[in-house]
Ligand binder design. Structure first.
Ligand code: COA
Length: 344
């Protein structure tokens, strides 16, 4: 490995994996005060997927990681970065177990905690590792088991979130190559940390010696308040990345936003002036899969033909923290692998 800090990170593999269990809107109608019509019209979601009992984030990450390595035609990397808000345990990180299960040897491996913006933060970590010269190949995974933290009786969250994993492989290369990750913008605003949270289980609640209340171990979200932040922050970060990329809005062939809500993705596109037909979407089939959302969307879109080599792609994500980000790349000629049980 050389020490050339100018070298770029090039996307050479991409994959998504969605577990077999499904929860349809009809399933939710049967147990919650909600309707298929409300969920579809307010979120764009028709179903979400859940892991089988005993399966958690490590297994999802391994499935997506294995497929991404296959997509890249590799059996080794120098580092594994796992974005997840649902690690298998609070301590240790899940990434070392994922690296071991993938047979990658004693490579660097760590988790990134930036919830729904996690994949872009993990991507930035991978890009940074390559630029700094301490890795030539990095496996970047987003994997989530939100079914483990969502209260199935809470209609605010149960209708939205699903389990899945997605991953990309980065290799050191030149900034002009197709697949080279362009400018990345990341941001946060911790003054709104209470808008999406799990109140119990962390050091704060434990140090206070308080007894968690019912629901405190579940994800709690003030959706309406989050909505406005999501739209504004993603649009702003995307604008900054456009500027730094030297692209105009008209140059954007595909807008790939974190799949939080179809209305938010469309609102971001409208705010930017990107035509709606250029917006990639798979939320109808998978819901909001947090850190898995963007790599899964890329894998689905590329394998389904909605994303083609040469397309200029603008990425944006937003989530709890609050944390957000945006990035750009020109899509490379890569064999995307997406395994969805619902496709048979
Ligand atoms: N089924 C039926 N009705 C529901 C419902 C559900 N699952 N959830 C809320 N409602 C009701 C509300 O009680 C409210 O009723 P009211 O008008 O009588 O008070 C009405 O629907 C509208 O509620 P509101 O919360 O304003 O809905 P919304 O249009 O904002 O949609 C979200 C709710 C959660 C889908 C939306 O706010 C959202 O997507 N927020 C952002 C999520 C996000 O980005 N998260 C962070 C990134 S992961």
């Amino acid at each position: 490995m050389d020490n050339d800090t100018a070298r770029a990170a090039v996307l050479v593999g991409v994959a998504g994996w969605v577990p077999p269990g499904t929860v349809t809107n009809a399933d939710l109608e049967a147990r919650l005060d909600t309707t298929d019509a409300w969920i579809r019209s307010r979120t764009g979601i028709a179903r979400r997927h859940t892991v089988a009992p005993g399966t958690a984030t490590r297994e999802l990450a391994v499935e997506a990681g294995r497929l991404a390595l296959k997509s890249a035609g590799r059996d080794s990397v120098d580092a594994v970065v796992l974005a997840t808000a649902t690690p298998d345990r609070l301590c240790p990180a899940t990434a070392p177990e994922v690296a071991a299960a993938l047979g990658l040897g004693p490579v660097a491996a760590h988790d990134i905690s930036a919830v729904c913006a996690g994949f872009l933060y993990a991507l930035a970590a991978g890009v940074g590792a390559i630029a700094a010269g301490f890795a030539d190949h990095v496996l970047v995974i987003g994997a989530e088991t939100f079914s483990a933290i969502v209260d199935p009786q809470d209609r605010n969250t149960a209708v939205i979130f699903g389990d899945a994993a997605g991953a990309v492989v980065l290799r050191a290369g030149g900034s002009e190559e197709p697949g080279a990750i362009g400018p990345i913008r990341l941001g946060s605003d911790g003054t709104h940390s209470d808008l999406i949270q799990i109140p119990a289980g962390g050091a704060r609640q434990r140090a206070a010696r308080t007894v968690p209340g019912p629901g405190d171990h579940h994800l709690q979200m003030q959706g309406r308040k989050v909505y406005r932040h999501a739209k504004e922050r993603m649009a702003q970060a995307a604008r900054e990345v456009l500027d730094r990329s030297g692209w105009t809005v008209g140059d954007v062939d595909r807008l790939a936003t974190h799949q939080a809500n179809a209305r938010i993705s469309e609102a971001v596109a409208d705010e930017l002036g990107v035509a709606r037909e250029r917006v990639l979407s798979n939320i109808e089939q998978v819901g909001n899969t947090s850190a898995a959302s963007l790599p899964l969307l890329l894998a689905d879109s590329a394998s389904g033909g909605a994303l083609r080599p040469g397309d200029r792609v603008l990425l944006a994500a937003f989530g709890a923290g609050l944390a957000w980000g945006a990035a750009s790349l020109t899509w490379p000629d890569v064999t995307a692998l997406a395994v969805h049980s619902y496709r048979g």
